[in-house]
Design a protein around this ligand. Structure first.
Ligand SMILES: C[S@@+](CC[C@H](N)C(=O)[O-])C[C@H]1O[C@@H](n2cnc3c(N)ncnc32)[C@H](O)[C@@H]1O
Length: 386
C-alpha cells in the first residue's frame, strides 16, 4: 500500500502532527524538526512561526488534554484509530513493539510510525519511509551507470539508513544494473536493550551505553528524551516523574546487579535482515559518521540521505562528517547526498565526485542541501591521505 503524500503539518516538540494521527493518510514530517529550532531557518520560512508556537506546545488542537496513554501491546495496533488520544493528541507507540510487527497487517506503516516518534539519546529521529526518494534514486543510478562499467565490482556505503528500508529499495534497483555489488548499509545505534520487570509489564529501553530512552508503565509510554509537555499532560508528567524515580531506578539497579537479563531490540527492518542473511552482497552495520570509517577498503559510492542536516550537526560536525566521507571514498568515487520530507517529496540534494583535492558537483536536485557548501568547500589536506 502506498501512502498518500500530503502538505506539511506543524509539529509539536514530540514530532507529532497537530491533528489526530491517521495511519493511512499520514502527515509526513520534515526530519529536521525536533532537534533545534534553528534548523527551521533553512526550511520553508513560513514554518518558523508555526514551529516556534508548536514547539512550545501551545497549539494542541484539542485544548488541555490532561492525560494521554500509550500503545505498548500488539493487540492495540488493530486499528489506526487507536493512536488518537481520548482527549486529543497522538498516543505514543512503544519502540518495544518494533520487533513484534513482522507478519501483522500494515506492519510497514506501524514501523514507520514507531520510528516517526522514536529519537535516540541525542534527540535525533530515525524517521524513514519506504520508497522515500525513488526518483532521486533513479537519477543517482543513471549517474553511477555513467561513472562505472556494469562489469566491475561496485562497493557502496549507505550511511544513516535508520531501519534500512530505503537501503533495500536502492539495493534491488542497483543490483539489476551492477550484479557485482558490495552494499554496506549502516546506522548510528541500530540496537537497543529492553529490561522487563513486574512480570514483564514494565519495560525500560536502554541504548548500548546504558542510557534510558523509554519506559513503559501500563497504560503509559514515556519517552525520556522528549517527554510530554507538562502543561498539556500534567497527569502524564506526574506519573512520568514517579516512573523515572522508581521503575527506572529499580530496573537499572537489578540490571547492574545481574538480576535482569536484557533482551535485544534491533531496529533494522525484517526485510533488510532477511536480505543480509540471504544475499552476501548486502551487509548491515553500526557506524557513527563522526568517527573514521571502518570498512576494509575505500568505497566507490557513499550515500547519506536525510542525515547531513543542520538540525542534527553543527557546522564543525558537518565538516568532520564530510572529511570522513572523503577519506572513505576512492578517487573518482561518488557522494550522493539529499534530504526530503514525505515519501515521494522533492529531494534537496546533489551528487559529487571525489577529486584529489575535494569534491566536484556533478548533479543537483531541488534547492541547495544543508551540507552543500561544506561539501563543495571541503579542501583535502595531507592528513586525508588521498
Ligand atoms: C531521518 S533518519 C534518515 C533515515 C534514512 N536515511 C532515510 O532517509 O529515510 C536519520 C538517520 O541518521 C542517523 N544518524 C544520526 N547521527 C548519525 C551519525 N553520527 N552517524 C551515522 N548515522 C547517524 C540516525 O540514526 C537516523 O537513522
Amino acid at each position: 500500500m502506498r501512502l498518500a503524500s500530503c502538505a506539511l503539518l506543524p509539529l509539536n516538540d514530540r514530532g507529532e502532527a497537530q491533528r489526530p494521527y491517521n495511519l493511512i493518510r499520514r502527515p509526513k514530517a520534515d526530519d529536521r524538526v525536533g532537534k533545534s529550532i534553528d534548523s527551521t531557518a533553512n526550511s520553508q520560512s513560513g514554518r518558523v512561526a508555526e514551529l516556534t508556537l508548536s514547539m512550545a506546545g501551545l497549539d494542541e488542537p484539542h485544548g488541555i488534554a490532561m492525560i494521554k496513554t500509550g500503545l505498548y501491546r500488539l493487540e492495540q495496533l488493530s486499528s489506526s484509530a487507536k493512536t488518537r488520544g481520548f482527549f486529543g493528541g497522538t498516543r505514543r507507540v512503544s519502540v518495544t513493539l518494533y520487533e513484534k510487527l513482522d507478519g501483522m497487517k500494515e506492519a510497514q506503516e506501524w514501523a514507520e510510525q514507531i520510528l516517526f516518534s522514536y529519537c535516540d539519546a541525542r534527540g535525533i529521529y530515525k524517521r524513514t519511509y519506504a520508497c522515500r526518494f525513488d526518483q532521486f534514486d533513479d537519477m543517482a543510478i543513471d549517474r553511477l551507470g555513467q561513472a562505472f562499467p556494469a562489469s566491475r565490482t561496485l562497493t557502496m556505503h549507505d550511511i544513516g539508513v535508520s531501519d534500512a528500508r530505503t537501503a533495500c529499495d536502492l539495493f534491488h534497483k542497483l543490483a539489476a544494473r551492477f550484479p557485482h555489488l558490495n552494499y554496506y548499509a549502516s546506522d548510528y545505534e541500530p540496537s537497543l536493550m529492553m529490561l522487563r520487570s513486574g512480570k514483564g509489564r514494565t519495560v525500560v529501553t536502554l541504548n548500548k551505553k546504558g542510557e534510558a530512552i523509554e519506559i513503559v508503565v501500563p497504560p503509559f509510554v514515556f519517552n525520556l528524551i522528549k517527554p510530554e509537555n507538562f502543561l498539556l499532560y500534567p497527569v502524564n508528567y506526574v506519573v512520568f516523574l514517579f516512573a523515572r524515580a522508581t521503575v527506572l531506578r529499580r530496573a537499572l539497579a537489578k540490571y547492574r546487579a545481574g538480576k535482569i537479563k536484557p533482551s535485544p531490540l534491533v531496529l533494522f527492518c525484517p526485510a533488510a535482515r532477511d536480505l543480509a542473511a540471504s544475499d552476501s552482497r548486502f551487509h548491515l552495520l553500526e557506524y557513527d559518521l563522526l568517527k573514521p570509517h571502518t570498512l576494509p577498503c575505500r568505497v566507490d559510492v557513499v550515500r547519506v540521505m536525510n542525515v547531513l542536516n543542520s538540525s542534527y550537526f553543527d557546522p564543525q560536525q558537518l565538516s568532520i562528517a564530510v572529511g570522513h566521507i572523503f577519506e572513505s571514498l576512492a578517487i573518482g568515487g561518488l557522494l550522493i547526498v539529499g534530504s526530503n520530507d514525505a515519501a515521494g517529496s522533492e529531494v534537496r540534494g546533489g551528487i559529487y565526485r571525489k577529486l584529489s583535492q575535494g569534491f566536484q558537483e556533478l548533479a543537483k536536485s531541488g534547492a541547495d542541501h544543508d551540507a552543500h557548501r561544506t561539501i563543495v568547500g571541503f579542501a583535502a589536506t595531507q592528513r586525508d591521505g588521498v
